[in-house]
Design a protein around this ligand. Structure first.
Ligand SMILES: [Zn+2]
Length: 241
């Protein structure tokens, strides 16, 4: 069910939906728009009233979203034509792939060469994704093994994942997930994230004891957390070609 209702003309129209398994009314504000959802028994009027009750909050959340989106676009523009790898921005030099092979990236010390096959529609993007994933699959397990040895712990399975907001996680079974984007960070940050997850094998929480142990194993924890706050948006923003 969709209707154009907006308390402020700067807001996009809201979408109203009923969801079978949802228990409460909920509002989601994303870069794409505003969604009000409620349980199946919820009437359209109830959802609309809820929307108006929360109008001030919605306006603020929408403005924050727009601000974030603006920053994201500026970042893409600023870093266009480069790739971030192990904490270093390398310039992309493009060359046409003449032998009909798939587009690919070759990494050199100072820059990367993107051999682009013009017949491929999304060739450049695919080459960038493959480049990052290959590096992550090759290097992150090595960092995990080294840090596990250092801490004398044996984690379970490692999965390298495409989490949209998280850097890594540790399951109750002791399996570790790491975001492939860690390959964009300097090695000392990769070490911090891995040590953080490995300490979760001993403390499955963020208690004082947990942080004490993390800091003991990784004395530059405060510095690393500051780095993450400052660079998070950059690492999670796709590189513009
Ligand atoms: Zn944690």
């Amino acid at each position: 069910m969709t209707r154009n209702e907006r308390p402020f003309c700067s807001l996009p129209p809201a979408t109203y939906t009923q969801r079978k398994h949802q228990k409460n009314l909920r509002i989601r504000v994303t870069g794409n728009g505003i969604t009000v959802s409620g349980p199946a028994r919820c009437t359209h009027k109830e959802m609309r009233d809820f929307y108006w009750k929360k109008a001030d909050w919605i306006k603020k959340a929408w403005q924050n979203q727009q601000e974030k989106e603006k920053k994201r676009r500026l970042l893409i523009e600023k870093n266009r034509g480069t790739l971030l790898i192990r904490g270093i921005r390398k310039r992309i030099i493009e060359q046409v792939q003449t032998d009909g092979k798939k587009s690919l990236i070759d990494e050199l010390d100072e820059y990367v060469v993107l051999y682009h096959n013009p017949k491929e529609k999304e060739g450049k993007e695919a080459a960038v994704n493959t480049f990052y994933l290959k590096a992550a699959l090759k290097e992150l397990p090595v960092h995990l093994a080294r840090n596990s040895k250092l801490l004398s712990v044996s984690p379970g399975k490692l999965s390298i994942r495409n989490q949209k907001t998280r850097w890594g996680s540790c399951s109750r079974k002791g399996n570790i997930s790491l975001n492939w984007r860690l390959i964009k960070c300097p090695v000392w940050i990769v070490n911090y994230i891995i040590i953080h997850e490995l300490v979760h094998l001993r403390h499955f929480n963020h208690s004082r004891a947990f942080w004490q142990e993390v800091t003991q194993c990784f004395p530059e924890t405060d510095k690393a957390r500051k780095w993450i706050r400052q660079h998070e948006a950059e690492v999670f923003t796709e590189d513009g070609l």
